[in-house]
Design a binder for this molecule. Structure first.
Ligand code: PEP
Length: 254
């Protein structure tokens, strides 16, 4: 059965007033969302608890945008996966290209975070994707393999059981240039086949979502692809009207 996971990554946006208005609209409609859709809201960390209070007892899940590589200790300014779990987080976005670029996160750090998140029974949403240069030099598959292998090396062959992978071409994030849906389908197949070589159970149940300049106009073209199991959405998730349109399109496809 095809299931879609639709994730709103609010990045560094929002305030108490706009968030509470957004969630009011979302909650009003949430009982009509198809059970085949998993809806996740990933607000800035400071708003996690507040959002949880609002969406608790609905079919909307809470996601975090990042987590520290340590669980507790003298790490000023950080938030741990234990704390995330404590405030109701279920999904944690890891390895987003903005974390890799602006916070120097490399594959090794991301794999450590992935391992911690899994140990706590939280669900990682691992972002992988090629840069524009890699795409132009036909190195997309090579780049994805390196990013996946670093997780397998640290967490073992069953690493991708009960996880989500977000295929996010770096050149497409926040640029308004989305990837070709047919090409995305091929890449998602490649990802699943690569993981299958290590563990067929992981590959069978793997959710691979696409992210990169998704909006309500291109949603259908992505979700129609058999191996696109959802979307990770940045700017189009900031307006409740647009996000609700995207959820409705996904409902209609399933
Ligand atoms: C993202 O933040 O993961 C993303 C895909 O952003 P946008 O939808 O704005 O391209």
């Amino acid at each position: 059965m095809k299931k879609n996971i639709i994730v709103a990554n609010w990045k560094l946006n929002g305030d108490i007033k706009t968030i509470s208005c957004y969630l009011t609209y979302l909650k009003l409609r949430s009982s009509s969302f198809s059970k085949k859709n998993i809806i996740v809201i990933a607000p800035p960390t400071v708003f996690l608890e507040r959002v949880y209070k609002d969406i608790n007892n609905t079919n909307i899940c809470l996601g975090a945008q990042n987590v520290d590589v340590n669980l507790t200790g003298a790490f000023t300014g950080e938030n741990s996966a234990l704390m995330m779990k404590d405030v109701g987080v279920k999904y944690i976005i890891l390895g987003h290209s903005e974390r890799r670029l602006f916070h120097n996160e490399n594959n090794e750090i991301i794999a450590k975070k992935f391992s911690l998140v899994k140990k706590l029974n939280l669900i990682p949403i691992l972002c992988i994707g090629e840069t524009e240069i890699e795409k132009k030099s036909n190195k997309t598959e090579k780049s994805l393999k390196i990013q996946l292998k670093s997780i397998l090396n640290v967490c073992g062959e069953k690493a991708f059981r009960n996880t989500v992978i977000a295929y996010e071409p770096v050149w497409s994030i926040g640029t308004g240039i989305s990837a070709d849906p047919k090409n995305v389908q091929l890449i998602h197949q490649f990802i699943k086949n690569y993981i299958k070589k290590y563990d067929s159970v992981s590959a069978e149940n793997l959710i691979v979502q696409y992210g990169g300049s998704v909006n309500s106009l291109n949603t259908e073209n992505f979700l129609k692809q058999p191996d696109v199991n959802g979307l990770l959405i940045g700017s189009a998730s900031l307006k409740h009207e647009e996000f609700l349109k995207i959820i409705k399109i996904s409902d209609n496809i399933l």
